[in-house]
Design a binder for this molecule. Structure first.
Ligand SMILES: Nc1ncnc2c1ncn2[C@@H]1O[C@H](COP(=O)(O)OP(=O)(O)OP(=O)(O)O)[C@@H](O)[C@H]1O
Length: 578
């Protein structure tokens, strides 16, 4: 609730105005039967046509006023909920941007999307319903009961009794509904995860002929959701019929008791009409409120899920360590000083005792087997994770003593899995530098050996599908290299970025890069010896430990792990050639 209030706070005036219009609407609804009763009791009984016309005109005025209040109130309410929903979505999204990979893993991508869109929608909808259908109810009940007492105390007590009975029923049903809606939300989440996995992995499923198994898995998930929905609907049907039965029972009681009271001379005939209208209005509002309250546990679950995201402290934070000023350019752009790293959910260190530097104007290469920790080194430099022990310095400063923004602004990173955003090629290149001119983009594409772009009919404006799926693996890699080259960086990290390129393009690209990166440091992570052969320094990684460092020639002589990698690749090449 605190969270909802926090998001409503900036719209205090809008909230108050909305509630006022709702109250005018409720008061108008109760005034009409009072005017009708007067019309019957005084106008019709006394044959006073002038009074009937007067009351009729008053009824028109009240109806117009209440109608306008309803219309205006609904508009204000929709405005309020849209604004609150937008703020909530922005807050969840902003928070997710601050998350490290580990933070993100705690929720999962499917769940994060569900929390940002579906959960916020449900919260937003519930706010509208509460304002329109729950908050005015106590005021309306009180006004209705007071008006009933004004007519006759016995009828007032009758209305109190029926209202209390319906409220007890509402509380009992709501309790039962909480359990059902909590599981409904869980199944919705599960459905999201399974569907997402199936849609993104559809090619793998087909390739392995696993359609049947996946169909069964999806069917089971859909069934669970359907079963819960049916349970919820049954509850609604039961509630609906009981509520209308109660309303009819109440009308019978009013007619019966009221009839006797009229006979005894305590009430007039028109009062019965007013009392029936009050009762119907009160009970109808309570039933509508109950329908909303039943749905609130679902909103509460969504709210809790949103709060989980908002309250999570990002693993990587600026300002934990006092920020240090930039003292100027160091020769070592990156310096690992006895760095060890362990993933939060791992039993042992992924990287241990790393000490090396990446110098300005030089190319440092990292080679090692699969899973030896190469990409993790890049992620530590970018501060996607923090070192467990030791110190990692960027331009002489501990990376924790810099803001993430400053650090990442100075690094151009080409990830292992080339990822492009939907839009045009130019849009993607501008992610590297917003104000880039066309000639600069064409130059970066040329360096990245992405000449194919100029051959496309639309050139730089060629369409890029989501994830860049309308380009081949090699084309995507070259485009993401061009994007990184748009940035003026102190460090260029190529994480296995040449793997999808043929040997000729790989060589041409590295040659063109040398002229481009100037005095920045270049870090190449690679599997292929041919890619790193000419690097100034090669670091050989085995199981997260540095087992060799030096030039190709030196390592061939002194490092058995490097020699093994080189020999196995040469044999492979010879075999390929044969
Ligand atoms: N988020 C994670 N949580 C736990 N362990 C992880 C996580 N990411 C990677 N690892 C583990 O850390 C080790 C190093 O992974 P890394 O991706 O750095 O290897 P790599 O040398 O780049 O491999 P490749 O050449 O196959 O890309 C692997 O054993 C991997 O299983």
């Amino acid at each position: 609730m605190k969270t909802v209030l926090r998001f409503l706070k900036p719209y205090k005036r809008l909230c108050v105005l909305t509630l006022l219009t709702m109250l005018v609407d409720a008061a108008g609804a109760l005034l009409i039967p009072t005017l009708t009763a007067d019309m019957i009791n005084i106008g019709v009984s006394g044959g006073d046509l002038h009074f009937i016309v007067q009351r009729g005109l008053a009824m028109v005025a009240v109806t117009v006023l209440a109608g306008a209040a309803t219309l205006f109130g609904s508009w204000l309410c929709a405005d309020l909920s849209a604004k609150v929903g937008k703020d909530m979505r922005n807050a969840v999204y902003d928070k997710s941007l601050a998350f490290s990979a580990h933070d993100f893993e705690q929720f999962g991508t499917g769940s994060m999307i569900a929390r940002t869109l579906n959960d916020v929608n449900i919260i937003q909808q519930s706010i509208v319903w509460c304002i329109q259908m729950v908050i005015p109810v106590p005021a309306l009940c009180t006004m209705g009961i007071v008006m009933a007492f004004a007519i006759d105390a016995t009828m007032g007590y009758l209305l109190i009794a029926v209202t209390a009975l319906i409220i007890v029923l509402a509380v009992l049903v709501t309790r039962k509904a909480s359990v059902i809606f909590e599981s409904l939300q869980r199944f919705l989440d599960r459905m999201n995860v399974v569907l997402r996995e199936n849609i993104t992995g559809v090619r793998v499923i087909r390739a392995f002929n696993k359609e049947r198994r996946e169909e069964a898995r999806i069917r089971r998930t859909f069934e669970q959701y359907a079963e819960s929905s049916i349970q919820a609907n049954r509850l609604f049907v039961g509630l609906d019929s009981t509520a209308f039965f109660m309303i009819n029972l109440c009308i019978v009681a009013i007619l019966w008791i009221g009839g006797n009271r009229i006979g005894a001379g305590y009430m007039e005939i028109g009062d019965i009409t007013a009392l029936i209208e009050y009762a119907i209005l009160i009970l109808y509002y309570i039933i509508m409120a109950q329908m909303v309250i039943i749905l609130l546990p679902r909103a509460r679950v969504c709210l809790r899920r949103m709060e989980e995201v908002l309250s999570r402290k990002p693993e990587i934070r600026d300002g934990e360590v006092p920020l240090l000023p930039d003292l100027g350019r160091e020769d070592a752009v990156v310096a690992f000083d006895h760095v060890s790293f362990r993933f939060a959910d791992a039993d042992e260190d992924t990287l241990g005792g790393l000490t090396f530097t990446c110098l300005r104007g030089q190319t440092t290469a990292i080679i090692g087997g699969t899973g030896s920790g190469k990409s993790t080194i890049a992620k530590l430099i970018l501060r996607f994770h923090d070192v467990t022990s030791g110190e990692l310095r960027f331009d002489g400063r501990d990376v924790r003593a810099m803001t993430q923004n400053e650090l990442r602004r100075r690094i151009a990173y080409i990830p292992q899995k080339a990822w492009l955003f939907s839009g045009t090629i130019a849009d993607n290149l501008r992610d590297g530098r917003e104000e880039a001119r066309e000639s600069e983009m064409l130059h970066a594409l040329k360096v990245a050996q992405a000449g194919f772009v100029e051959e496309l009919p639309e050139g730089l404006n060629a369409h890029v599908a989501q994830g860049g799926t309308n380009f081949s693996g090699g084309q995507k890699q070259r485009l993401s290299i061009a994007r990184a080259l748009m940035k003026q960086a102190d460090l260029y990290i190529f994480d296995d970025s040449f793997s999808a390129l043929d040997f000729k393009t790989d060589a041409a690209l590295r040659k063109a890069l040398a002229a481009e990166t100037g005095d920045a440091a270049v870090l190449i992570i690679a599997q292929r010896i041919s890619t790193i052969l000419n690097a100034d320094k090669i670091i050989v990684l085995d199981n997260g430990r540095v087992v060799g460092m030096g030039s190709h020639a030196g390592l061939m002589e002194n490092c058995p792990v490097y020699r093994d990698i080189a020999r196995s690749q040469m044999k492979g090449d010879e075999r390929d050639a044969g």
